[in-house]
Design a protein around this ligand. Structure first.
Ligand SMILES: [Zn+2]
Length: 272
């Protein structure tokens, strides 16, 4: 019984964090503060009272419309709350109440914000990528004090630092190599005025992923992301006749899966 109460609380807490993630997704690309003022309807700008801001319930009660202007509010908001709630519950079941729970939830929240901003806006805010990189490094350095109570273990901090350098580096140099072959050797014209195939945002994002997951999993993320990218890219090309897709969401999805499966797969490859 207590177990159900605790898990319900974790689920609801995840939804509440999800609604803050929504605020970040909506406001960060506009350059607005994420803490002040309180929630407003994005369409009529009216302040949303607290009783209309309850995760899931408010959306269902108001049937997805603003109380004041009656315009439709994107179901994406509901989806993000639900996704966040589910991830909180899954990670709670996996890690229990621990440092790792806090650590991986912070990381996944950053990935969610990056993903849902990158899809419509094709940018990843530096607050998320560079801010996340610094946070990942600090949290790993702190882990060095956790392992041995009387001595600082530098290993997690070193692994995080290598994750930043190798994660960011591999995307950067892949981009340089691609541009060299595509534009210089094959002399293809630039695509829609773009001269870089990999945006700087992706470099910073994988550096951030490396800061949290270390260099091995950053490489793992780098190598599995293209599979998702290719699948969606082909669909996109068939449906929309559009050949440019944001790459951040695939890196984020791959990083998310790395948390769960990378250890097993890396162990399999290296026969450890
Ligand atoms: Zn409204």
């Amino acid at each position: 019984m207590l177990d159900i109460v605790i898990k319900t609380f974790v689920f609801i807490f995840g939804a509440v964090v999800g609604s803050f993630i929504n605020v970040c997704i909506y406001r960060m690309p506009l350059g607005k503060s994420v803490v002040w003022p309180g929630s407003h309807c994005p369409l009529c700008e009216k302040r949303i009272p607290w009783y209309d801001n309850i995760p899931f319930l408010s959306y269902i009660m108001l049937s997805g419309k603003c109380r004041f202007c009656r315009k439709k509010i994107s179901p994406l908001y509901l989806m993000v709350e639900l996704l966040s709630a589910i991830i909180f519950l899954v990670f709670f079941n996996r890690y229990g109440l621990s440092y790792n729970l806090f650590y991986y939830l912070a990381f996944v929240c950053l990935l969610m914000i990056a993903t849902f901003i990158d899809i419509p806006h094709r940018i990843i805010p530096d607050e998320i990528s560079i801010g996340g990189m610094i946070l990942g490094f600090i949290l790993n350095t702190a882990r060095g004090f956790n392992l041995h109570p009387f001595a600082f273990n530098p290993r997690p901090a070193i692994d995080s630092f290598l994750g930043i350098i190798i994660g960011g580096g591999i995307i950067y140099f892949t981009g340089v190599l691609f541009d060299l072959i595509y534009f210089k050797l094959l002399k293809k014209p630039p695509i829609q005025g773009e001269t870089e195939s990999m945006g700087g945002g992706d470099v910073k994002l994988l550096a951030m992923i490396g800061a949290f997951l270390g260099w091995e999993k950053a490489l793992f993320t780098f190598f599995i992301a293209p599979f998702f990218g290719a699948a969606i890219g082909i669909l996109n090309l068939l449906i929309k006749k559009d050949h440019t897709i944001p790459y951040g969401p695939f890196l984020s999805l791959a990083a998310f899966l790395s948390i769960i499966w990378a250890d097993k797969i890396i162990a399999l490859i290296l026969l450890r």
